[in-house]
Write a protein that binds this ligand. Structure first.
Ligand code: ATP
Ligand code: MG
Length: 587
C-alpha cells in the first residue's frame, strides 16, 4: 500500500552517506572497482577472513574493538581485531592439526558465542567451508544438513552435543571431529569429542592464510525453508566484494560504526552482515547471545551506543505490539540508520518506526542465493513505506514473465507485476545448490536469475514486493499477492500479525483467506472479525479483500522469522505439513 513518502534522512549529516546520488553512483559503479577496494592476500588470492581481520591489523588498527559480545547476563566482552586475528589463527591451526584442509566442511551448532565467530573466520582462513546452523534445530535438521554438506568437523557445546548430536554419530560417517567449545582448558570432553579450548591453547597463534582465490568455496548456507525443503546454497570467497560494497550502500556502514545485526548466523543475514561485512569495513560488531526481548534490545541500543541497526520484520512487529512509549523510555543519540530484511516490511511498520525512533526502518531485499543485499531503501534517498527500494549499484533488476516455452518476457510498464529477475554476475551470487544441479539450472534463463518472488516496479524505479510465486492467490481471474492483503490488515489497530493464503474454491478457483494474531488488549470475536472484513473490503475492494478471517494466537514462522504461509495452507486443508525443520515452535 502506498503511504506518504518519508523524506531522506538528515540525521548526522557530519557522516557523509556512501550513496549520495543514486543515479550517479549506479553509472560510476563497476564490480572490478569494488574488488579493488579489497587488499587481497599478500601473496595473491582472496580470502574473506584476511579482508575481515588481518588487513586491519596490518594497517595498525589491531587495538580497535572488532567484536563486542554481550553474554546472556548482558555483560560485554570485547575482542580487538588483533586478538581476533590471534584466535582465528589458532583455530585454523587446530583444523590443520586435525587434517582438515581446503574445501572441507566445518559446521557450527553453538548459539551466538564468541567461538562461533572465531570458528567461522578461522575456518575461512584455513580454506575450509563453513556452515552455521541454528542452535535450536532438532536432531533431524542437524542430521540432514550435516549429511548433505558432508561435515567433517562440528563445533558445538557440551550440552547441545549430548542432546542433539551424540545419537547421530553412527549415521554421519564423514564427521570425524567434534570440537566442544564451552569447556575450560584441559577439562575432559564427552566421549568421541575434543576440548576446543585445550586445542586452541596448544596451537600456535601464527598462521599463514590459505591462498584461496575468488572462486573457491567459502560458505554453505541453507535457505529458510519457507516454501519447502531448505536448499544448500554455496558461496565463494569472492562474495566479500559484494558484502563490502552492499554494506556501504544499503547499510551505510562506516569504520566508526557500532553495528548491530540481530540475525543469528544460522541464517545468511547473520553471516554476510552479522560477521563478514562489518568486520571487512573495520567497524565494531555487536553480538547479543540472548534472543529477542524488547526491553533488553532498547537498553542495548542505548547503552552500547549502536549507530547502525539491522533487524527483521518479526521483531519490528513485536516492538510495535508493545507500543512506541516503551521505545521512548530510552535514548538513542548515536543511532543514525535502521534497516530490515527477511520478509515484507509493512508500510505501517515503517511509519510507526519513524514516529517511535525518529527515523524509519529502511527495508531491503535479498535471498540466501544472492548472498548480499540486492534492493534497498538508501539512507540518502526518500523512503517509500511498503517498498523494498531500488536495486543497488552493480545490480540490474527487472520484472519479467516466463513463457511456457521457457522465454523471459520483460514487463516494461510501471506497476505491472511479474517475477523479479536479476542479471547474473554479482560476486556474492550462489554457485549452486548442493547436490541439486537441476534445481540450480532451473533458476536461470540465459544470464537472468529468477528469484521466485513476484514484484512490481513503479515509475520511479522502486520495487514493491507482491508475494512469493508459490504464495500468489488466483481468484476469479485475478492474481493477488498475500502481502498486499496482509499490509492492509496490519493497518487495523487490533492486528499484530497477518498471514494470507489462497483456499481452494469450486467457483473462484481460490478465495482469499486471512489468519490474524491480535495485539494485547483485543479479543477475538465475531464483531472484530466483521470489522476486519469490512476494513479490508473498504481498503482493497471486494475481489482482493479476504472472504474469511481466522484468529490465531500467533502465526507459524521459520527460525529466521518468516511467516510460513504454506503451513497455514496445509493446516487449513488438512494436508501433510511437509518439511518443517525450520519451524520455530518445532523444538
Ligand atoms: P526457502 O527458499 O527455503 O523457501 P526463504 O526463501 O524464506 O526459504 P531466504 O533465502 O532466507 O529463504 O529468504 C529469502 C526470501 O525472503 C526472499 O526470496 C523473499 O521472498 C523474502 N524476503 C526477503 N527480504 C524481503 C523483503 N524486504 N521484502 C519481502 N520479502 C523479502
Ligand atoms: Mg527462497
Amino acid at each position: 500500500m502506498t503511504a506518504e513518502r518519508i523524506a531522506k534522512s538528515t540525521i548526522h549529516p557530519s557522516i557523509p552517506h556512501h550513496l549520495q546520488d543514486y543515479d550517479a553512483e549506479r553509472r560510476a559503479f563497476s564490480w572490478d572497482a569494488a574488488r579493488s577496494a579489497l587488499d587481497g592476500l599478500p601473496g595473491g588470492g582472496l580470502n574473506i577472513a584476511h579482508e575481515a581481520i588481518d588487513r586491519h591489523v596490518a594497517r595498525g588498527a589491531g587495538a580497535k574493538t572488532a567484536l563486542r559480545w554481550l553474554d546472556k547476563q548482558g555483560q560485554p566482552h570485547d575482542f580487538s581485531y588483533a586478538w581476533l586475528r590471534e584466535l582465528t589463527n589458532r583455530f585454523a591451526n587446530v583444523l590443520g592439526t586435525l587434517g582438515l584442509g581446503k574445501g572441507d566442511g566445518v559446521f557450527a551448532l553453538t548459539g551466538r558465542i564468541p567461538f562461533l565467530y572465531i570458528a567461522a573466520l578461522g575456518t575461512l582462513k584455513n580454506g575450509s567451508v563453513f556452515c552455521p546452523m541454528f542452535s535450536a534445530f532438532g536432531p533431524e535438521p542437524i542430521h540432514q544438513r550435516m549429511s548433505i554438506g558432508r561435515a567433517k568437523a562440528l563445533v558445538t557445546t557440551a550440552s547441545l552435543y549430548q542432546r542433539k548430536v551424540a545419537g547421530l554419530r553412527t549415521s554421519l560417517p564423514d564427521l570425524k571431529h567434534v570440537l566442544i567449545a564451552d569447556l575450560p582448558c584441559e577439562a575432559e570432553a564427552p566421549e568421541g569429542t575434543l576440548n576446543l579450548q585445550t586445542l586452541m591453547d596448544h596451537a600456535s597463534d601464527q598462521f599463514t592464510t590459505v591462498a584461496t582465490v575468488d572462486e573457491d568455496l567459502a560458505l554453505l548456507h541453507f535457505t529458510s525453508g519457507t516454501t519447502g525443503r531448505p536448499k544448500g546454497a554455496m558461496h565463494v570467497h569472492g562474495a566479500v566484494t559484494a558484502h563490502l560494497a552492499t554494506a556501504r550502500y544499503a547499510l551505510d556502514l562506516h569504520p566508526e560504526d557500532v553495528f548491530w545485526c540481530t540475525a543469528d548466523p544460522g541464517w545468511v543475514t547473520g553471516t554476510s552482515y552479522g560477521i563478514i561485512a562489518p568486520l571487512t569495513i573495520g567497524a565494531t560488531l555487536l553480538v547479543d547471545e540472548q534472543e529477542f526481548d524488547a526491553e533488553r534490545w532498547y537498553r542495548t541500543l542505548q547503552n552500547e551506543g549502536v549507530t547502525v541497526w539491522y533487524t527483521a520484520p518479526t521483531a519490528i512487529r513485536m516492538m510495535m505490539k508493545l507500543g512506541a512509549d516503551r521505545v521512548r523510555q530510552y535514548r538513542y543519540p548515536g543511532l543514525r540508520f535502521m534497516a530490515s530484511v527477511g520478509e515484507p516490511l509493512n508500510s505501517e511498520a515503517v511509519v510507526w518506526s519513524n514516529g517511535a525512533f525518529g527515523m524509519p526502518f529502511h527495508d531491503n531485499w535479498w535471498q540466501t542465493e544472492t548472498g548480499g543485499i540486492m534492493i534497498a531503501n538508501f539512507a540518502a534517498c526518500d523512503v517509500k513505506p511498503g517498498s523494498m527500494g531500488r536495486p543497488l549499484p552493480g545490480i540490474e533488476a527487472a520484472i519479467a514473465n516466463l513463457t511456457e516455452d521457457g522465454r523471459l518476457v520483460f514487463v516494461e510498464r510501471p506497476d505491472e507485476q511479474g517475477e523479479l529477475v536479476l542479471k547474473a554476475g554479482w560476486p556474492s551470487m550462489f554457485r549452486g545448490y548442493l547436490n541439486e544441479e537441476a534445481r540450480y539450472r532451473k533458476c536461470f534463463v540465459g544470464d537472468w536469475y529468477l528469484t521466485g518472488d513476484l514484484a512490481r516496479r513503479d515509475e520511479e524505479g522502486y520495487y514493491w514486493f507482491v508475494g512469493r510465486a508459490d504464495d500468489v492467490i488466483k481468484t476469479s481471474g485475478h492474481l493477488i499477492g498475500p502481502f498486499e492483503v496482509e499490509d492492509v490488515l496490519m493497518e487495523h489497530p487490533a492486528v499484530a500479525e497477518a498471514g494470507v493464503i489462497g483456499k481452494p474454491d469450486p467457483v473462484a478457483l481460490e478465495i482469499v483467506k486471512a489468519f490474524v494474531a491480535l495485539k494485547p488488549g483485543f479479543t477475538a470475536n465475531e464483531a472484530l472479525r466483521l470489522e476486519l472484513l469490512a476494513h479490508a473490503r473498504k481498503r482493497l475492494g471486494a475481489v482482493v479483500a479476504p472472504k474469511e478471517i481466522d484468529f490465531l494466537p500467533g502465526l507459524p514462522k521459520t527460525r529466521s522469522g518468516k511467516i510460513m504461509r504454506r503451513l497455514l495452507k496445509a493446516r487449513e486443508l488438512g494436508l501433510p505439513e511437509g518439511d518443517i525443520s525450520t519451524l520455530e515452535e518445532n523444538k
